[in-house]
Design a protein around this ligand. Structure first.
Ligand code: ADP
Ligand code: MG
Length: 269
């Protein structure tokens, strides 16, 4: 059974202070429409959840708004600045930073070094030159290093700072990725499945860290497959299905919406 066209009520719009807005985003891969007219807003200060069955287009949406994929159609605004078709470093400069579903393993780098490869560009020089010529470290960059170390302490992984990043567990790598993204001080941080493959204890820690950072003002938009995790953390939650926004609501509204249940069942989950 597939959902009727009319069953898609879309996202809640005209929010007070959206840090991210998309308008009519479209993306197809060959004949497959991965993102179909996605219009949504992420309110500043919120933890906005993004859920949907496998293949619903969640990661594609992150790739589109963060400049990693080219759009077929539509517009993206970060802090009211249009970043449609802008490359990732310009989108991050505008205030939007994302993490990846599968964090990149930074071969040959320690955690300390990996932390410095921020999504924001280190202006005019390669990251490694920070280590070979410390005098080239600018004030802003040294601030970032301190901030990075603070975050590692807070995430209770500061003892790993001189470990090769390839030796970290999946969960530890997620924390490094999170810390690294926070270091760039984004206005909105997009997390793609922050607890996928992470053990339950560490997943709980990650939930707590996200809550604390949000209490301090950090805005998040989070894709997560683990329902109890996202229902605990996010409000509102936007539900994607077959590339479209099925609905947006509170965790309770989403949990009790028959369309959401049907979308998940129809998606074979
Ligand atoms: P989700 O993250 O919700 O599981 P994705 O956004 O990864 O879903 O994928 C949505 C659809 O787009 C899937 O059918 C997927 O196979 C397809 N897709 C995503 N990225 C690409 C790509 N780079 N090339 C071809 N197809 C893709
Ligand atoms: Mg995905």
């Amino acid at each position: 059974m597939s959902l009727n066209e009319l069953d898609y009520s879309g996202a809640v719009l005209n929010k007070d202070d959206p840090v991210l807005r998309t308008d009519g985003l479209k993306k197809a891969f060959g004949g497959l429409v991965a993102t179909d007219d996605v219009t949504l807003e992420v309110e500043r200060g919120s933890i906005t959840g993004l859920i949907g069955p496998n293949g619903a287009g969640k990661s594609t949406l992150f790739n589109l708004v963060s400049g990693f994929y080219d759009l077929d159609d539509g517009q993206v605004f970060v802090n009211d600045e249009e970043v449609t078709d802008a490359p990732p470093h310009e989108v991050s400069r505008a205030g939007l930073v994302r993490t990846f579903q599968t964090p990149r393993r930074l071969e040959g780098m320690t955690v300390r070094e990996a932390m410095l490869v921020g999504p924001r560009p280190q202006v005019g020089e390669s990251v490694l030159s920070l280590f070979t010529s410390p005098s080239s470290v600018t004030e802003e960059e040294s601030f970032n290093i301190d901030r990075a170390i603070d975050l590692l302490e807070r995430f209770e992984i500061d003892h790993l700072i001189d470990q090769p990043s390839t030796e970290l567990s999946g969960g530890q790598l997620k924390l490094v990725e999170l810390a690294r993204a926070i270091t760039t001080d984004p206005d909105v941080l997009l997390l793609d499945e922050p607890v996928a493959g992470v053990n339950p204890t560490l997943a709980n820690d990650i939930k707590r860290f996200i809550k604390e950072l949000n209490d301090e003002g950090q805005t998040f938009c989070i894709i997560e497959h683990d329902m109890s995790f996202i229902m605990d953390l996010a409000d509102p939650i936007i539900v994607l299905d077959q590339g479209r926004v099925l609905m947006e609501g509170t965790p309770d509204e989403v949990r009790n919406d028959p369309r959401v249940i049907e979308a998940y069942l129809g998606g074979g989950e």
